[in-house]
Design a protein around this ligand. Sequence first.
Ligand SMILES: N[C@@H](CCC(=O)N[C@@H](CS)C(=O)NCC(=O)O)C(=O)O
Length: 222
Amino acid sequence: MTLVLHHVQYGRSFRVLWLAEEIGIDRFGGLEVVEYRIGTPEMREGALPCLSPAARIPAIAWDGLEMSESGAIVQHLVERLEPALGRDADHPERAAYLQWIHYAETQASLVEQLNLMMVFLRPPAKPPAVVVKLTVARLRQTLRGMEERLTGDWLLPSGFSAADIMMGFNLFAVPYYVKLDEFPRLTAYKARIEARDAYKRAALREGPQRFYDRDFYPVPDA
Ligand SMILES: N[C@@H](CCC(=O)N[C@@H](CS)C(=O)NCC(=O)O)C(=O)O
């Protein structure tokens, strides 16, 4: 049965797109991507609010199942189809695995707040400099914590997992607000992700990013 993925370009639904490529699209019986533009009324009408209580992406329909929340979708699809990408309840890395899966949203929600203030707000509305500054500092702390704990090629010592999909996706939006040069391990980690065939296929399917209109958004003057 085809996996139907409700998707916004450069949004968290990319995690599911990438995971689907890691697992193999054939294993789902194909993939249908329903694409939205963020902030448009289409997201509040039709199928999406039925699948996602907050009318947000990602949402999926597959094999009689309807789900939203990227972490829940990723964890569930891994457990159903590719347990090697997860860490089961008895695995010594289970706690770390779950922690990274959820930490991904601690970090992504900060990027989302910055997107709201720096990309979506239109003049005459102005992003409040002090709030942007604080949010960037909080984002930087999440990166510092990640850098300190990334001691091998992937987040978990035993190798690549769905935790890398959840967290790794964030690193493609972070550099619009915090330059990754400060974090040599994260920079090398991002390059390792970009070298993965499944990541490349998902990125190709998604196409060039059209969300950000510049390379870097500095904290505005107070
Ligand atoms: N915790 C949710 C967050 C979902 C979310 O906020 N998605 C964003 C796009 S990345 C969205 O749909 N935003 C639409 C809106 O805020 O109206 C997840 O991980 O799936």
